[in-house]
Design a protein around this ligand. Sequence first.
Ligand code: SAH
Length: 233
Amino acid sequence: MTKINTVGVIAAMQIEIDALKARLENSETVTISGIDYVSGMLHGKKVIAAKCGIGKVFAAICAQTMIIHFAPDCIINTGVAGALNKELHICDIVVGEKTVQHDMDTSPIGDPVGLVSGINVVFFENDKNVADVICKSAEKLGFAHRRGIIACGDQFVADSATKEKIVKNFGADACEMESAAMAQACYINNVPFGVIRAISDGADDGANMDYPTFAKIAAEKGIALTDEFIKNI
Ligand code: SAH
């Protein structure tokens, strides 16, 4: 098990990361390709926090840049997500066990849906130690959480048909738009990766109403858990 001294934290949106950036002591900001990387100390660890922007392309660019420029010992993606599993309620936490790109699809020519060709991966396995520490941290905070499969794609899921298709294809518990792209960058660079996502909506017909109502409070839970993770890792 690698000793974790430097933790990279990436989120898509300001509401998912700004409060963490503000907690970093002696912070410095480096801007690369328009993304601010704020580094500083928290609970005796070096932390690099970045807001990547929405979607898989920004997520991959940010993770790759963070790896090359700051060499973190692990990267955590924190943020909000739509629930696919009926057991998940607003503000519950999903701890990513695996991530998959649900919109990656070369199946018409015989590949499994979700396959990232070349590296031949459908499910990116998250680091087990990182996931264990996230779960322990959630227990300490008394946050309802479950380990699960997170499906990621360049699409805000807000209808039952799309939701059911993603569940049928991948058995996923939650959906969002960035984690599996970061997972791919971490995979090709051998960097341990973990995902913390708090439920902001049900990825169904009500999602367009729930998301604006609950995204901020869910995002804050993700930040609180990320902070506790940094303390415990
Ligand atoms: N223009 C908006 C876009 C937000 S997209 C903006 O810039 O704020 C929604 C974000 O929340 C994405 O980062 C995604 O990862 C996450 N998310 C929450 N619920 C989702 C859902 N039902 N489907 C897909 N992504 C979701």
